[in-house]
Design a protein around this ligand. Structure first.
Ligand SMILES: [Ca+2]
Ligand SMILES: [Ca+2]
Ligand SMILES: [Ca+2]
Ligand SMILES: [Ca+2]
Length: 391
C-alpha cells in the first residue's frame, strides 16, 4: 500500500484533532493551550504564514490567546473566520509544510532522511510531522525541536505540551510520500548518537560517524565491489571500485558494514574478536570462515548476551549431551587450540580444574579462546586489518 501525501494529512488531522478521513472534520476545535483548527496551529505558525499578528498587534506569539489582529489573507479576518473555513485550513497546512521543509533544509537536517537512528527509521514525512509537533529547531540550539532530536541520534526526544514526543510522530508518520526530494549524491557528514545507528551516505564521498554502541554502515552493492581500508581501530575507508557512485566514504566508530551479499564486522577488539576467538576454540580455526556461525555469535553478543554465556551455548551446541562431560570438554578445547589430543597427564590436569570448580566449562572455554595460540590459529591480527565476514 502506498501512503500518499494526502494520506499524510488525513493522518495528521486525525492525530491533531480526531478528524476522520471522509467523515467529521474538526476545523473549529481549540485545545487547552490555544492551538486551533484541524491541524492545531498556534499563533507563531500563523504569524510566519502571514495570517495573524503581522502588524505586531500581539506581543507574545507563544501564548496562544489570539488577542492580536488578523491580516485578512485568503479572507481570514478572525479566529471565527479560521474556524469556519476548512478549505483555507487545508491550504495553510500545505503551505506550512513547504515552510517546514525549507527550515529542515536550512538546518541541514534533510540529510538524515534514510538513516536509522537508535533503531528508528528517519523519513521525510516523519521529519515533517515531528517539526509540526515541536518545531524544526534553530541555528542557535543543538537541543531544541526536530534538530535536537536528530542531533542526539534520536535518543533525546522532545515532547509537545501534551506529552507527544518527536519519536512518537517519527514512528506514526514513517513512510508517507511527500513532494520533497533529498539529494544524497553529495558529500555528507552524518553522525549517529549513543544508540545503535545504521547510516548510509548513498552517493558521494561521505563521512559516517556512529559514536557509541554497535553501529552499521549500509551499502547497496556486493562486498566485492568495494575496497575496505583500515586507518585506525575506529576509522576505516570504503571505496566503491571503478569510480562507483557510492564514492569513497570514511566511517568512524562504526562496527559493522552491511553489503548486499554479506556483512563485515570491524570490531576485532570487541564482539567480533570475541566471536572469532570463541569459534576457534569451540569449533576449530577454519570455522571462523563460516559466515553463519560468525553472524550467530555477533547477534548474541550485540543483543547483550555475555561472552561467558555464549561460550556455554557454543560448547553445548558442539558437544550436545557431552557438554557436561569434563573429559569431553577438555578434549574439544585442547584439540582445537593445540591441534592434537592432550596427553593423559594434561587431560587429567585440565579435567581436575573443572571437577574442583576452579573453572566452569564456560570459563575454561574462555581461557582457551584467549590463548595466544588460539589467536594465532584464527589469525586475529590479520582479521583486525580486513574485518570478519558474516551473514
Ligand atoms: Ca552522500
Ligand atoms: Ca559505534
Ligand atoms: Ca551509535
Ligand atoms: Ca558515499
Amino acid at each position: 500500500m502506498i501512503n500518499t501525501y494526502q494520506d499524510y494529512f488525513d493522518t495528521l488531522g486525525f492525530r491533531e484533532s480526531s478528524s476522520i478521513p471522509g467523515g467529521v472534520q474538526n476545523y473549529d476545535t481549540e485545545n487547552a493551550f490555544g492551538f486551533i483548527g484541524k491541524y492545531q496551529f498556534g499563533e507563531a505558525a500563523l504569524f510566519d504564514l502571514g495570517y495573524y499578528g503581522i502588524d505586531q498587534s500581539d506581543s507574545n506569539l507563544f501564548r496562544n490567546n489570539w488577542t492580536g489582529n488578523w491580516s485578512g489573507k485568503n479572507g481570514i479576518n478572525s479566529k471565527q473566520d479560521y474556524f469556519n473555513n476548512g478549505t483555507v485550513q487545508e491550504i495553510i497546512v500545505r503551505d506550512w509544510h513547504n515552510m517546514l521543509w525549507s527550515r529542515i533544509k536550512f538546518l541541514e537536517l534533510d540529510k538524515y532522511e534514510g538513516q536509522i537512528l537508535n533503531d528508528q527509521p528517519i523519513t521525510a514525512s516523519g521529519m515533517l510531522a515531528a517539526a509540526h509537533l515541536i518545531g524544526a529547531g534553530s541555528r542557535s540550539s543543538d537541543t531544541a525541536g526536530l534538530k535536537g532530536y536528530l542531533l542526539s541520534g534520536a535518543v533525546f526526544s522532545p515532547e509537545d505540551a501534551n506529552g507527544t514526543s518527536a519519536n512518537d510522530y517519527m514512528q506514526v508518520f514513517t513512510g508517507f510520500q511527500t513532494p520533497f526530494v533529498v539529494d544524497h549524491n553529495i558529500a555528507e557528514i552524518i553522525e549517529g548518537g549513543s544508540g545503535r545507528d545504521i547510516l548510509s551516505g548513498f552517493g558521494g564521498d561521505d563521512t559516517l560517524i556512529g559514536n557509541d554502541a554497535i553501529d552499521a554502515a549500509i551499502y547497496s552493492s556486493q562486498s566485492a565491489d568495494y575496497i575496505l581500508e583500515k586507518h585506525t581501530d575506529d576509522v576505516w575507508t570504503i571505496s566503491h571500485k571503478n569510480s562507483g557512485t557510492d564514492g569513497t566514504d570514511t566511517i568512524v566508530n562504526i562496527e559493522r558494514i552491511q553489503f548486499s551479499d554479506n556483512s563485515v564486522a570491524l570490531d576485532l577488539d570487541g564482539h567480533a574478536g570475541q566471536t572469532a576467538k570463541l569459534i576457534g576454540a569451540v569449533f576449530g580455526a577454519e570455522s571462523v570462515l563460516n559466515k553463519q556461525f560468525v553472524g550467530i555469535g555477533l547477534r548474541f553478543l550485540d543483543d547483550g548476551t555475555s561472552y561467558e554465556t555464549l561460550m556455554q551455548l557454543a560448547i553445548t551446541a558442539a558437544l550436545g549431551v557431552d557438554a557436561v562431560n569434563h573429559t569431553a570438554v577438555v578434549n574439544l578445547l585442547y584439540e582445537n587450540i593445540a591441534g592434537f589430543t592432550p596427553s593423559a597427564a594434561e587431560e587429567t590436569r585440565f579435567v581436575a580444574l573443572l571437577d574442583s570448580g576452579t573453572h566452569t566449562v564456560a570459563s575454561l572455554g574462555i581461557l582457551a579462546a584467549e590463548t595466544g595460540l588460539n589467536q594465532d590459529n584464527i589469525n586475529l591480527v590479520g582479521l583486525s586489518q580486513t574485518g570478519l565476514e558474516y551473514f
